[in-house]
Design a protein around this ligand. Structure first.
Ligand SMILES: [Zn+2]
Length: 146
């Protein structure tokens, strides 16, 4: 699932068709490597609109939880900005920061205090994915018994 601030839509900087094209490209690139995005939720509002869906507000995450009927507590969420992690942490997601994109600003230094407690840091999205795979790996003995 993707939760994305897209205030450029609300401000008329680009059309929904441009956003759709970007999302179609993401789906295509991901499926070529066996990945998939179940849904993309976005907020079209600007900071001044005072909506509940623009990150760091948790509205997009709440919409995801409601739409898919999932409890978000403890679900890993990853982003490259403080706002991403604050929005996820507000609904109980486990926060992960990547040091690419905007996250590159935090490379080589401790995270500021405003980051959610327990934020884990990864070099990039691939490192985060490797972390998830390792974490979910079932010990051989357990899988043999189950
Ligand atoms: Zn919004």
């Amino acid at each position: 699932m993707v939760a994305s601030n897209q205030s450029g839509l609300g401000r008329g900087l680009y059309e929904i068709s441009a956003l759709n094209a970007i999302q179609a490209k993401m789906h295509k690139l991901l499926s070529a490597v066996g990945g998939r995005i179940d849904a993309i939720f976005y907020c079209p509002h600007g900071r001044e609109d005072g909506c509940h869906c623009r990150k760091p507000s948790p509205g997009l995450f709440e919409q995801i939880g409601e739409r898919f009927g999932v409890e978000l507590h403890g679900v890993p969420t990853v982003g490259d900005r403080l706002e991403d992690l604050l929005a996820g942490a507000a609904v109980g997601c486990e926060p992960h920061l990547v040091l690419t994109g905007r996250g590159a600003a935090y490379m080589g230094r401790p995270l500021p205090d405003e980051f959610p407690a327990g934020t884990r840091v990864h070099a990039d999205l691939a490192a985060f994915a490797a972390y998830l795979i390792e974490k979910s790996a079932v010990p051989k003995a357990a899988s043999a018994a189950g």
